[in-house]
Design a protein around this ligand. Structure first.
Ligand SMILES: [Zn+2]
Length: 179
């Protein structure tokens, strides 16, 4: 494991044994399950599933991985604080050079020792999930363009705002009191 890599819980589905694989194109399909996403400890994300379609172009000294990720994660809405399903979709490329040591050469290029026989892609999928998250995390609008935020929660938040209190604190307090 290269030193600058975050330790991410491994998913055996995402390990590609490339040694002995013929040169040329290979295709893989994975489903990243809810249980795995939960274990990743992504900020604020409490679940989700992702389909991963992976194309590998294997050449003699490098491999090109093209990821197509599609799915959704569950995270709290910035506006009403209620959890919602955020759909995600993205394409990413990872170039793996067979060389001397583990090192990151650029955002999309890494080097691994030529003696390696397999690569664990969990780390990359983790990073891609973070990259696919939108800046604005709110409930999507419905077909008519209306917000699908929780109206009850919005009312409460407004009420607290009028009283000039940080609304999030009050809502948390309310939630605690209910328990
Ligand atoms: Zn909302």
């Amino acid at each position: 494991m290269p030193p600058n890599f975050k330790m991410v819980k491994k998913n055996s589905e995402l390990v590609i044994p490339f040694k002995g694989l013929d040169l040329g194109r290979h295709h893989y399909d994975f489903v990243v399950e809810d249980a795995f996403i939960k274990e990743l400890e992504l900020p604020d994300i409490t679940g989700g599933t992702l389909e991963v379609s992976l194309e590998l172009e294997k050449e003699s000294t490098l491999m090109v991985f093209d990821f197509l990720l599609k799915g959704s994660v569950v995270l709290p809405c910035d506006r009403c604080l209620v959890a919602y399903e955020q759909s995600l979709e993205g394409q990413f490329r990872l170039i793996v050079k067979m060389g001397e040591a583990f090192q990151e050469l650029s955002d999309e290029m890494v080097e691994i020792p030529a003696t390696e026989a397999r690569i664990d892609l969990s780390q990359y999928v983790y990073e891609y999930i973070l990259l696919m998250l939108p800046l604005k995390k709110v409930h999507p609008d419905d077909a008519e363009g209306n917000s699908t935020c929780d109206p009850e929660m919005l009312k409460k938040l407004e009420h607290h705002q009028e009283k000039n209190i940080d609304p999030r604190w009050e809502v948390l307090k309310d939630l605690k009191n209910k328990k």
